[in-house]
Write a protein that binds this ligand. Structure first.
Ligand code: NAX
Ligand code: ADP
Ligand code: K
Length: 474
């Protein structure tokens, strides 16, 4: 599991560690890790560190200090290092002295050419959008230079991933001690490039995890696998309430996801039975006992009664997607005994929260947490980074798989069937949602392979995703 911690808990862990170490030891560790990554990038790009041109953008705090100490190390290896302070009156004094002693220089403006730019403007102490002095330096970053962000790209909010105005877009982010949520959540996540975690000895407590990303082995542990004593009912029957005369395909795709998600059987309820059976003769048609309901894909308007009926099935987990999320009654959802999993995209999340879609896109982490709180349900917010918040608060899962090729009609329907099958297999809402998003993202990558993909192909690639994940669990 990859875990991320809030700024508050990173700072608390830092204080604890610093009390046990000589002054400056932590920053020295951070700078050593940062310099090692920079040297590696220079060696890869130009063959050697000696003679390379390195520019440090230096902010007023310890983030700038890290950049200066790392710059001193590079200067000692023969790089030409120029530090450009955001505010010449506020520069980390020890770092500046170290750079000067190593032969680095201080410039008033960003040189026009550089092999590597180190963004040490703001770290976890950054608040709000970059102020004009910082933004002016970022604007001048020479084209073609490799950009390495110190701890996080300046202008990205460490706790939320929000980006208010200009921000650095890095090729590599070297982060210290622990991942921060802003590195994993869009819009911040698309600014970080490749993330390298430098161990500085920090040990934030487990209960402080703000965000987590499953890895292959975690998903392998979650996926239900049939045993010798399994039968189709024990594996779980998924009831799919989806599709309409206008959108029969959504029913087919949700059923495809459910079948490939490991359901023992799928029951289909709705007006698209003919289309479903033509594609999947193994499907049962009509109501009956189920272990989970998937309600909403392609339902169209005016189907509130069917949504209400599934929600009233108090002991059966229910997944609500698309039209199943229309006019959702919070009191009904909160009052349920069994799990409820909501799977909105940003537009549907915005409608549920009564805000503009842009507001959800700009603050995805806050939005998914707020929906989970309001509805007392697990919530999977789809999009460029899919987030899954548990019903009772706690760490939000961020999906590390996926590809933007998945932004294709019907791929969300496959996801809802898949997550419904995992609910029927007994997984809690947050596990079902995050394992489904993981498999779906992997299947999307396998099916796309760098070319356009259609939703049916994502469903067809799910067995390959299962095999890939299960291989890691053995
Ligand atoms: N505390 C520690 O033990 C360690 C900290 N480290 C580094 O220290 C960083 C945190 O340092 P600081 O707490 O000094 O904070 P930062 O260096 O992140 O920035 C704080 C400074 O930036 C200014 N500022 C805030 N928002 C701004 C904005 N939007 N535009 C322009 N200026 C803004 C503030 O006035 C403040 O002076 C970490 O990100 C990491 O890089 C590392 O050296 C590892 C050890
Ligand atoms: N930019 C993107 N990058 C990665 N995945 C995306 C992106 N945009 C959408 N997706 C994924 O594609 C799927 C689309 O689902 P949805 O919006 O419900 O579409 P539909 O209703 O047409 O199926 C979701 O799994 C979502 O997370
Ligand atoms: K930075």
């Amino acid at each position: 599991m990859r875990t991320a911690y809030s700024v508050e808990s990173v700072r608390a862990a830092e204080r604890e560690l610093m009390a046990r170490l000589p002054e400056g030891a932590l920053m020295a560790r951070a700078a050593a890790g940062l310099a090692a990554v920079c040297a590696e990038l220079l060696a890869r790009g130009r063959g050697r560190v000696y003679g390379s041109r390195v520019v440090l953008l230096v902010g007023p705090g310890d983030n700038g200090g890290d950049a200066l100490y790392a710059g001193a190390r590079l200067a000692r290896r023969g790089a030409g290092v120029t530090a450009v302070p955001m505010d010449p009156a506020r520069v980390h004094p020890g770092g500046l002295a170290a750079l000067r002693a190593a032969g680095g220089r201080v410039g008033a403006s960003v040189p026009e050419r550089a092999d590597l730019v180190v963004d040490g403007l703001l770290g976890i102490g950054g608040r709000g959008g970059l102020r004009p002095a910082a933004a002016a330096l970022v604007e001048r970053i020479p084209a073609g230079a490799t950009v390495v962000a110190v701890d996080l790209p300046s202008g990205v909010d460490a706790d939320t991933g929000e980006v208010a105005g200009p921000a650095v877009t890095a090729d590599v982010t070297v982060t210290f001690g622990a991942y921060k949520p802003g590195l994993l959540t869009d819009p911040g996540a698309s600014r970080v490039g490749a993330v390298r975690l430098v161990d500085i000895g920090l040990e934030p407590p487990e209960h402080a995890v703000a965000m987590e990303a499953l890895q292959h082995a975690d998903v392998a542990r979650l996926l239900p696998v049939p045993s010798a004593s399994s039968d189709k009912y024990r594996r779980g029957v998924v009831g799919v309430v989806a599709g309409s005369e206008q959108y029969p395909g959504a029913a087919v795709l949700a059923v495809a996801g459910a079948l490939r998600g490991g359901a023992g059987a799928v029951r289909y309820v709705g007006p698209a039975a003919e289309a479903v059976l033509a594609r999947f003769p193994e499907v049962l048609v009509g109501r009956g006992r189920v272990q989970s309901w998937v309600v909403g894909p392609g339902l169209g308007a005016g189907r509130a009664e069917e949504v209400g009926r599934a929600l009233a099935d108090a002991d059966v987990p229910v997944l609500l997607d698309a039209d199943g999320l229309r006019g959702l009654d919070g009191a009904v959802v909160r009052g349920r005994r069994a799990a409820t999993l909501l799977t909105p995209h940003a537009g549907e999340a915005a409608a549920l929260l009564g805000v503009a879609r842009e507001e959800v896109e700009a603050g995805r982490l806050g939005a998914v947490r707020e929906l989970a709180r309001r509805y007392g349900a697990a919530v999977l917010l789809k999009g460029s980074t899919t987030l899954v918040a548990p019903a009772g608060g706690g760490a939000v899962r961020v999906n590390p798989t996926g590809t933007s090729w998945l932004a294709t009609a019907g791929s969300g329907d496959v996801l809802s069937g898949l997550a419904g099958a995992l609910l029927a297999g007994g997984l809690p809402g947050v596990d079902a949602g995050s394992a489904a998003a993981y498999l779906h993202g992997l299947a999307g990558r396998f099916a796309a392979g760098g070319a356009p993909v259609v939703a049916q192909e994502v469903a067809a690639a799910l067995p390959e995703a299962w095999r890939s994940v299960r291989a890691a669990g053995q």
